[in-house]
Design a protein. Structure first.
Length: 478
């Protein structure tokens, strides 16, 4: 069987684009390209056949447009009133389609495809803030709907209804609930692609870990607009502490943005490397890439075949140690340049009080994440420890057990609302005795309270599957 179809098949005739890692926008688009290409090659869909695509994000719209270009009759549906709704309201988060390909040489191109416009890519884009990019994508989709009519139909405010799509022996039957004009439609398709948001962020923590009925604290969603890059971090008190809970790419991104005010980890890396004048910078850059390529390639290959959390722990710990070793070698080999790096970062971050920003993570390594986020986070942590004596940028082997409003006597200082920020909180952290492979089953130890006015919870994602998401690294280009 075709490996692409096998990897994405949920059942006969039904394929999913939303339950595999990595989940970056660019990778979802690449995944959609390959799936449509293989469905056509294997003649599962062809000219005049019918295809249902559920979800009008980048993966779904890419799949729908590519199939319609080959004469397939495509119906694209989405539960929201417009396409790309997840990113549409976020003016603060920057999307770079290729920065996480680092240490590959094209990571600084800032666009995808990297060699200019490609007519085969319906939604190619350059780096920018999410809400601005959405406007461009909506314009591109509108143009494609005009060009591909009647092969491409789009129904908004429409949901896939129960029962789920099933193969009846010749076609896939699917029921669709519509707001207008028909309340319920049942149709048959040659194939169905699920590209909807089947994932949900874990952004919550108990208000009281001892009382399940006490309620939950709900932090800001990843794509929710924030003030993390403002000089004051969106916090009124200059002496306030900020805690980020998590160890994946979302948590590391937030740590980098809060500490530096930069849009991307790539900017921070360039600040660090610019401390070495040419040609020294180029030499150091090449050495860093060469050293990291081997360790991260090994990590990626090993995780692909890993089947259990304990095995993941060993793999990720080795990668984590390799990054630390490279940073320590950098400090040793280029001590003068490291001092310059510290000075540059200090000038960039001092007004942001980086010594009051903390990343709490539940083992002595980060989760499976992009090498750029891992490396830059560790560089920043090393700089903060070096420059601010006694600070704790990283709080490893620890878990945030609760987040609650600070008590003023017997009265809460405020009532937490969704995405609560710039309010006084008490955070309960279990420190020191936690690890990633038995944290969920181990009894809770001593929980220590800390005060903060900013809390970001990035505890990964929930999916429609019970097992962990499969990992399948994709090619950089089509």
């Amino acid at each position: 069987m075709d490996p692409i179809l096998q990897a994405h098949a949920l059942r006969l005739g039904v394929y999913s684009l939303g339950d595999r890692l990595p989940l970056s926008i660019r990778d979802q688009m690449v995944r959609a390209h390959y799936l449509i290409e293989r469905l056509l090659e294997n003649q599962i869909i062809k000219e005049h056949s019918s295809l249902l695509v559920v979800g009008a994000g980048l993966a779904g719209t890419t799949a729908a447009v590519l199939a319609a270009r080959h004469g397939v009759n495509v119906l694209l549906i989405d539960s929201q009133p417009s396409s790309f709704s997840v990113q549409s309201g976020c003016k603060s988060r920057w999307i770079d389609p290729v920065q996480y390909d680092w240490p590959a040489l094209h990571f600084s191109a800032g666009r995808w495809p990297t060699k200019g416009p490609d007519p085969l890519v319906p939604f190619g884009f350059s780096a920018g803030y999410a809400s601005r990019l959405v406007k461009t994508w909506i314009t591109q989709l509108t143009m494609q709907r005009t060009l591909l009519d009647p092969n491409l139909k789009v129904w908004f405010e429409s949901n896939l209804a129960d029962p789920p799509p099933t193969f009846n022996g010749s076609k896939v039957e699917a029921s669709i609930d519509r707001k207008i004009p028909l309340p319920h439609v049942k149709e048959e398709f040659e194939a169905v692609i699920l590209a909807r948001g089947v994932i949900r962020e874990r952004t919550t923590a108990p208000l009281d870990h001892r009382d399940p009925k006490a309620g939950i604290f709900q932090g800001r969603a990843f794509w929710e607009e924030d003030d993390f890059q403002a000089t004051d971090l969106g916090i009124s008190s200059p002496s306030a502490h900020v805690y980020i809970s998590g160890s994946g790419d979302g948590a590391l991104q937030d740590f980098i943005r809060l500490v530096t005010g930069c849009d991307t980890a790539r900017e921070v890396l360039e600040i660090a490397l610019d401390a070495t004048p040419s040609p020294g910078r180029g030499f150091k850059d090449i050495l860093l890439r060469a050293e990291l390529c081997g360790s991260d390639e090994q990590c990626s290959r090993a995780l692909f075949w890993s089947t259990e959390t304990l095995a993941d722990h060993d793999i990720l710990l080795r990668a984590h140690k390799a990054h630390w070793e490279i940073i320590n070698n950098w400090i040793t080999r280029w001590s003068e340049q490291w001092d310059k790096t510290v000075d540059r970062l200090y000038k960039r971050t001092v007004r942001r009080h980086p010594e009051r920003i903390h990343l709490v993570h539940s083992c002595n390594h980060f989760s499976a994440c992009y090498p750029l986020n891992r490396f830059v986070t560790l560089v920043l942590a090393t700089y903060i420890e070096h420059k601010f004596n006694g600070s704790r940028p990283l709080i490893p082997m620890s878990v945030v057990r609760s987040v609650s409003p600070k008590m003023l006597g017997n009265t809460p200082s405020h009532a937490c609302s969704k995405g609560c920020w710039d309010n006084e909180h008490t955070i309960g952290i279990e420190e020191g005795g936690v690890n990633c492979w038995d944290e969920r089953t181990k009894p809770i130890g001593l929980v220590v309270p800390f005060e903060a006015q900013g809390v970001a919870v990035r505890h990964g994602i929930e999916t429609h599957v019970n097992s962990r998401l499969p990992r399948d690294p994709l090619p950089f280009h089509l």
